[in-house]
Write a protein that binds this ligand. Structure first.
Ligand code: ADP
Ligand code: MG
Length: 262
């Protein structure tokens, strides 16, 4: 049956634009026809239409937050193979994905060898934070230090620090892959201190704590950073050989000693 023709009320389009309700503008007519057909009451029609607007607005905001986070790729917990990491509890990750650690300004630290899924998990948690409408920003440790060094050289370090400290979550990936110089180490320490107990960090590293002084050049600086990151943190360890290597070989055999990550 042909839907009943509706006369557009005068001013409606202008008012909806003024009120910035684009979804209502786009859908009011089709929804109204459906409501007539299904004999929905006008309060129900109104509620459905408003709900649609709220839903679309939220989706748009989440898309924007995910873009703003600048993840190098998108990963989800759904696509993480927990069988490959028997030491990791799926429940722990699902619980973290609920985002309470962000509300309580706690950190997540992922430690493990190359290719064991640290970046995958860090991004997946970052994405779930975006889905809870948190502001997230991803950096590799090298990118972040370069960013801070550059800001310092351009005389805008404190503004940059303020900007970064406004994110609810900063993902600091690949700490330990590249050692910092003294200035880089100091700047990174500065940021970690600034967000300590105010915001959350998701940090990934291939280095056990005992070796952090290699990255931060001196043991005191390393201890200070570890102290602040670990104080309120969930520490997760990823193990085994590289998932990439395993998928390439199409097998889950035990690694030979010479293949074990150092
Ligand atoms: P890391 O950061 O520890 O070096 P990545 O997270 O970059 O490792 O993982 C390397 C690749 O393997 C990525 O494409 C990642 O999605 C995939 N990967 C690693 N572990 C798993 C896993 N348990 N389940 C699914 N994919 C995985
Ligand atoms: Mg990685």
């Amino acid at each position: 049956m042909k839907p009943p023709a509706l006369v557009e009320p005068p001013h409606l389009a202008v008012d909806l634009k003024t009120l910035r309700l684009p979804t209502v503008l786009e859908h009011w007519e089709r929804q109204a026809q459906e409501a007539l057909r299904a004999r929905r009451t006008s309060p129900e029609y109104l509620a459905d239409l408003m709900h649609l607007e709220v839903h679309h607005r939220r989706e748009k905001r989440i898309r924007r937050l995910i873009q703003e986070a600048r993840f190098p790729v998108l990963k989800t917990l759904d696509s993480f193979d927990f069988n490959a990491q028997p030491g990791l509890q799926r429940d722990t990750l699902l619980d973290l994905a609920q985002g309470r650690f962000v509300a309580s300004h706690e950190n997540v630290l992922l430690i493990g060898g190359v290719g064991t899924g640290k970046t995958h998990l860090a991004i997946a948690l970052g994405v779930s934070c975006c889905q809870q409408e948190r502001r997230v920003r991803y950096f590799t440790a090298a990118e972040l230090t370069n960013d801070l060094v550059e800001a310092k050289h351009q005389g805008r370090l404190s503004r940059r620090m303020e900007y970064l400290a406004r994110f609810d979550v900063v993902v600091l990936d690949e700490l330990g892959y590249v050692p910092f110089d003294k200035q880089g180490a100091d700047l990174l320490f500065g940021l970690v201190s600034k967000v300590y107990e105010r915001k959350s960090l998701i940090v990934t590293t291939n280095l056990p704590f005992a070796r952090w002084s290699e990255v931060f050049l001196d043991p005191t600086a390393a201890a200070a950073v570890i102290d602040r990151i670990v104080h309120h943190a969930t520490i997760l360890k990823t193990e085994g050989e590289s998932y990439r290597l395993r998928s390439a070989q199409g097998t889950r055999r035990k690694p030979r000693p010479e293949e074990k990550p150092s």
